[in-house]
Design a protein around this ligand. Structure first.
Ligand code: GLU
Length: 287
């Protein structure tokens, strides 16, 4: 039997123009998939209707073609697959690990301000300051029935206990060195799994899509490394396979500092307009 080819994906959000950091991720995906004889998918992560725009999506295709990247058609757009995320939410509900959360942003902010040194998640945001048990299940059901808007949150303590200890295999870029990393989902607290205004979240959609698209290699920036702990819990609870992960270093300047805004976030469109060639962009992106 022919062995299935590895599957890689580049998954930008069309909420702005691509910059050098995106180019770096796209190019590393392309290079790793070529080395592995794999397939490269492009996924449009457009679950946020308030921030995503068709012109940014069009710019993604144009910038990637200009860079010389090729991807398979059809491109999966998350906004067209809400039914898939609903099925996953139902599975999580059946396991008793999600609950409705009615708190507003302002209420959450106030609660955090009142608690000195309230713990923060790996991204620096305060952990959700209310506990699932602070509201009775009856009150929750009542408010849902009354049509109050709510987000769905993961009861992380319960989810992590059900999932048991989790690890993932991290493949280094560019050296290919392998290590097994331990997931630390409790560091994230009760994350939002479906928002009030959108019936999914980044965490849920990424995990469901990687599985549905048979992605075997997730290659993305180091800023998403810690989120892999949340993704591993969701994969375990939903019975989904675990891809291999590579979290490549973000762009740095000559002194090893994270690239400054002036260079790092200059759009590829700007670089192109100023006469940069795809080869020059490859170099600027550290390839
Ligand atoms: N859509 C995410 C972003 O643009 C990337 C998601 C991922 O690679 O897991 O930052």
């Amino acid at each position: 039997m022919e062995q299935a080819r590895p599957v890689f994906r580049f998954a930008p959000s069309p909420n702005g123009l691509l910059h050098l950091g995106h180019a770096r991720s796209a190019l590393i995906n392309a290079e790793m998939s070529a080395r592995a004889g794999g397939r490269l998918l492009l996924r449009i992560e457009d679950i946020d209707p308030a921030r995503c725009r068709p012109e940014y999506e069009a710019a993604i295709y144009s910038d990637l073609s200009w860079l010389g990247n090729a991807w398979e058609a059809p491109v999966r757009r998350q906004s067209e697959h809400m039914a898939d995320y609903r099925v996953a939410l139902e599975k999580l509900a059946a396991r008793g690990v999600i609950y409705a959360s009615f708190e507003s942003r302002a209420e959450i902010r106030r609660a955090v301000e009142e608690a000195p040194d309230w713990p923060r998640d790996p991204d620096g945001a305060p952990l959700f300051p209310f506990s699932r048990t602070a509201m009775s299940e009856e009150e929750r059901a009542c408010r849902m029935q009354a049509g109050e808007p709510y987000a769905l949150r993961l009861d992380m303590a319960k989810a992590a206990a059900l999932a048991g200890p989790l690890t993932w295999r991290e493949i280094g870029w560019p050296d290919g060195a392998e290590e097994i990393l331990a997931a630390d989902p409790l560091a994230w607290g009760d994350v939002v799994i479906a928002r009030k205004e959108v019936p999914t979240s980044y965490h849920l959609a990424v995990v469901v899509d990687d599985a549905l698209q048979s992605v075997t290699h997730v290659v993305r920036g180091a800023d998403l490394k810690a989120a892999t702990s949340v993704h591993r819990v969701l994969q375990a609870l939903l019975g989904l396979p675990m891809p291999l992960y590579t979290h490549h270093a973000l762009l740095t300047d000559a002194d090893g500092r994270k690239l400054s805004k002036s260079l790092g976030s200059e759009s590829l469109q700007n670089l192109r307009a100023n006469g940069a060639t795809p080869d020059e962009v490859r170099k600027l992106a550290g390839l």
